[in-house]
Design a protein around this ligand. Structure first.
Ligand code: PLP
Length: 447
């Protein structure tokens, strides 16, 4: 229909991660409303939101308390900034709350509006600190192949996926990528998981030594890689990597944008894997994405040199109009209250065994090659000879089959991700995987 929302979408909107040279015959899927773990399209068809939007709607859709928190704050003070020496209650409260929740001692919170901005800010802060310390040569930052840290120029550079580099002349200078920790695809013949983990750590150390340890400022990593395909760290990986960072006095930034706020069965992925980051970047679950909000936590090692009287590099010349936005901060505070009051972290731990059982059972399908998961995040990798020449072709088909049968998932290449709202019940976990199994059967029959 020429005037439909679908037709106007095609006419006017440029979408993320789509090929502008083609669009689906039926137009885009138009989501109109949401309730709990479900969303509904403009034809009244209901779907399980198996991805919590984009790994983010922790408390589910339609949470009235967040609406009320936003309304209250809108009426009182809809906007104010946090530049120089101006501030407002919600940003202060949220900063204090995040510092108190942090699993390792943190000194300061800095607010941004997306995961990308949080990571960009982290990079600038690291460079600022090196300058403040009188170590201007210490500017290189290492992240990992398949890591995902966002799409702005600097955070896209940290991201280790070809799609985010190709055609943009990225990565920028001073950003390096060490090897992917995905055991299944990267292991050598006969290599056991712990040996593979040690080899990854050795690759990192080799890179540090080849570049010169005095030039390396920081290492960025997600505790569990999300958008790179849900890569669970191999056994012994973090135990081998962290001492290397300490040995060369390299700052560790944990990108908790997906893992933070319960996803892995602890409040932070940092706790699940015993990490000791110097900085943490947070977004998504912080506000369940009801409003854009992200934050960067820094410890005293990072903040100290910035505040030291002796440095002569001038003010921290950085800030966003909406840094610490009062309405987003009020929503984040209420969201964190809900996560704590309802013990959603404990709930994730209770539900996780059922989730992982069904995930691995789907991973036993003849079309599946590997399944991997922790807490309430997982993926199943699929493959079929007929489609092997075009990576992602099978994943795309499965994605559409799931959608037709009432499940929204996300294919990362040929891996299907599962990352439902944290409030999902065991019955709903079964409902989700029943649809996934039926979707896979449909595809298997058609191949
Ligand atoms: N870091 C991680 C781990 C992410 O998963 C994402 C987004 O998916 C980002 C950073 C970027 O966040 P945003 O899309 O809000 O810029």
């Amino acid at each position: 229909l020429p005037n439909s929302i679908e037709a106007r979408d095609i006419a006017f909107q440029l979408h993320s991660y789509t090929d502008a040279r083609k669009h689906e015959d039926n137009g885009p899927l138009v989501i109109e409303k949401g309730d709990g773990i479900y969303v509904e399209d403009n034809n009244g068809k209901r779907y399980i939101e198996g991805m919590a939007g984009l790994w983010s709607v922790a408390v589910g859709f339609g949470e009235k308390r967040l609406v009320e928190a936003a309304t209250r704050q809108m009426e009182k003070l809809p906007y104010y900034h946090t530049f120089s020496h101006r501030t407002h209650g919600p940003s202060v409260e949220l900063a204090e709350k995040l510092i108190s929740m942090a699993p390792v001692p943190m000194s300061k919170a800095y607010f941004t509006n997306s995961g990308s901005e949080a990571n960009d800010t982290a990079i600038k802060l690291i460079w600022y600190r090196s300058n403040a310390l009188g170590q201007p040569e210490r500017k290189k930052i290492i992240s990992r192949v398949r890591g995902y840290h966002g799409v702005t120029i600097a955070s896209a550079s940290l991201t280790g996926l070809p799609n985010n580099h190709r055609s943009f002349d990225l990565p920028i200078a001073n950003i390096l990528h060490t090897s992917s920790p995905h055991y299944h695809s990267m292991k050598k013949d006969g290599e056991i998981e712990t040996d593979f983990a040690k080899r990854c750590a050795q690759d990192l150390e080799d890179m540090i030594r080849a570049e010169g340890p005095e030039t390396i400022a920081a290492f960025f990593a997600e505790p569990v890689m999300g958008a790179g395909g849900v890569v669970i760290p191999p056994q012994g990986y973090w135990e081998a990597v962290q001492p290397i960072l300490k040995k060369y006095d390299i700052l560790f930034v944990a990108d908790e944008v997906i893992c933070g706020f319960g996803r892995t069965g602890n409040m932070f992925g940092t706790q699940t894997y015993n990490l000791e980051p110097d900085m943490m970047t947070l977004s998504k679950g912080i506000s369940s994405s009801y409003l854009p909000m992200s934050a960067l936590l820094v410890n005293e090692k990072v903040y100290g040199p910035m505040a030291d009287e002796s440095h002569k590099i001038g003010v921290w010349g950085h800030g966003y109009t909406a840094s610490g936005h009062p309405v987003a901060a009020a929503v984040a505070l209420e969201n964190l209250k809900i996560i704590e009051e309802r013990d959603l972290v404990g709930h994730v731990r209770d539900i996780s065994p059922a989730f992982l059982r069904r995930l691995h059972s789907l991973g036993g399908h003849p079309l599946a090659r590997e399944s991997r998961g922790v807490g309430l995040i997982g993926a199943v990798e699929f493959a079929h000879e007929a489609l092997s020449a075009t990576p992602g072709a099978l994943g795309g088909k499965i994605n559409m089959a799931f959608q037709e049968q009432g499940l929204i998932s996300r294919n990362m290449g040929d891996a299907m991700a599962f990352c439902p709202p944290l409030i999902i019940t065991e019955k709903q976990v079964n409902e989700m995987f029943d649809i996934a199994e039926s979707g896979i059967e449909t595809i298997a029959k058609a191949l």
